[in-house]
Design a protein around this ligand. Sequence first.
Ligand code: SAH
Length: 348
Amino acid sequence: MDKKRDLLDMDFEELLEALTALGFPAFRAKQVYQWLYSGQLDFGSMTNLPKDMRAKLAEEFAAGRLKIADKLISKVDGTRKYLFELEDGNIIESVLMKYRYGYSACLSTQVGCRMGCTFCASASLGLVRNLTVGELLAQVLNIIHDIGERVSHLVLMGIGEPFDNYDNVMTFLRRVSREDTLNISYRKMTVSTCGIVPKILEFAKEGIPVNLSVSLHAPDDEIRKRTMPVARRWSFNELLYACNEYTRLTSRRITYEYSLIENVNDSVEFAEILAKKLKGTLCHVNLIPVNTVEGIDFNKSSRNRTDAFKKMLEKYGIAVTVRRELGSDIMAACGQLRRNTLTRSGKV
Ligand code: SAH
């Protein structure tokens, strides 16, 4: 297939070069760039460009290789779930949450994932491919266009492992932080990893103050290996070392994600083991009552067990919160919509 080049894969200089090569003046490139980052990805609607230029652009280029295939809006809290269809027919999902401080978009970084966490809706479906920079951007730009408002926060916690698509993710983060694009401050962006140790160390040296979340979900190797295959590659101690290096080099606090699975990782004994390991480090623990996934056999921890776990961490002086559930009526959690769509259509 003769694929058109995606303007969203290009930074401004590259876009300028591509457009001037077609004979367009520099100020036109600037106009196109402004349209794109305002969320307008349809060349035909770029109304301050001459008609023949719009046609030429559509002929030569793509602007975001995906379209909204489905959209669900929660009646409970207004959370929006987008199912995007990519040009090659693959689907991914993104979620938009509304908070007091603004909109936060949760984006996918890969089509599928190869990390294999046992409790995750995306794991059994495997990795298809990485998302391009353009596809990362197109998710948030489509959302901005759809709501007609700016998005202030980004979390890379959708489908995929961001550090398994490291270079595209770094390019994306740098791009959206620019004043002439989305102007989202690094401090309002979060990357979540299942614990790819060398990438945590590399990320610490990027020099961008993006928040880091690490999915821990266990207090030691034994428990972690049961649910997260990545733990067989890097030990708990190696992971903790990398995280502490990260906080040392950046002076930034790490958030440890801990999904509570009933009778698997949610006892107070485990909370105490964890507390002893994290005590004195620059961190925050986010407890998430695990979301059940159709076809996978595990349960959410009860309120009582969650509270007891939390109290134990607090006893050791560790900052801890329990994550609020949003969009529970629209399968907003963790790859559920994509999984259901693929299952329904008989693709898996
Ligand atoms: N691959 C990255 C980011 C995507 S997953 C990572 O592992 O961090 C985002 C978060 O959702 C991770 O903490 C992941 O472990 C968690 N998660 C996955 N499935 C879940 C489920 N069924 N219930 C609760 N959390 C889940």
